[in-house]
Ligand binder design. Structure first.
Ligand code: MG
Length: 164
C-alpha cells in the first residue's frame, strides 16, 4: 500500500436482517424496537460499514476476513471493538479521519432522534471531532426487503488524511 498518499478514500456497506426477539443496536445506540439485527456480533450495521470503509481506504482485508463469524472470540461482541481495531490500523499506517459520511437506510424506527448520539459515539471511537462525522437516515420507500421492514442497511464513505 502506498503510504505516501496524502488522502485515501474508502466505502463501506452492510446489511442485516431484522428479526423478532433481538436487540436493535445502530451506531452504538440501543434502540427500543420489536425487531433487532441478526448477526454474529451485535449486528450493528453502522459500525460494520464504518470498519469496512476505513479498512477499504487502507487496502486492508474486509471485516469478514478480519473478524471471521466462525471465530467464537467475536460471538456476541460489541461492534465497537471492530471500529477500535480499524482505528488502530489507520493510525499504524499514519492516517487520521478527514471526514466520515454515514447513511442508514431502514423503514422503522426513525433514526432521527438518535443521529446525534451515533455521531458522538463515532467521533469518540475514532478520536476526531463531531464535526468530522455526519449521520443521515432515510427510508427505502416501502420497496424491497428494507422497505418491507425486514432488513436494515448502511453505506459509509470515509476520507482519511495523512497525519501531519
Ligand atoms: Mg455486518
Amino acid at each position: 500500500m502506498s503510504e505516501q498518499l496524502p488522502y485515501r478514500i474508502g466505502h463501506g456497506f452492510d446489511l442485516h436482517r431484522l428479526e423478532a426477539g433481538l436487540k436493535l443496536v445502530i451506531g452504538g445506540e440501543h434502540i427500543e424496537f420489536d425487531l433487532g439485527c441478526a448477526g454474529h456480533s451485535d449486528g450493528d450495521v453502522v459500525y460494520h460499514a464504518v470498519t469496512d470503509a476505513i479498512c477499504g481506504a487502507l487496502g486492508q482485508p474486509d471485516i469478514g476476513q478480519m473478524f471471521p463469524d466462525n471465530d467464537q472470540q467475536w460471538k456476541g461482541a460489541e461492534s465497537k471493538v471492530f471500529v477500535a481495531e480499524a482505528d488502530r490500523i489507520m493510525r499504524e499506517h499514519g492516517y487520521v479521519i478527514g471526514n466520515l459520511d454515514v447513511t442508514i437506510i431502514l423503514e422503522k424506527p426513525k433514526v432521527g432522534p438518535h443521529k446525534e448520539k451515533m455521531r458522538r459515539n463515532l467521533a469518540f471511537l475514532l478520536g476526531c471531532e463531531e464535526s468530522q462525522v455526519n449521520v443521515k437516515g432515510k427510508t427505502h420507500e416501502g420497496e424491497d426487503s428494507i422497505g418491507e421492514g425486514r432488513a436494515i442497511a448502511c453505506h459509509v464513505v470515509v476520507l482519511l488524511q495523512k497525519n501531519p
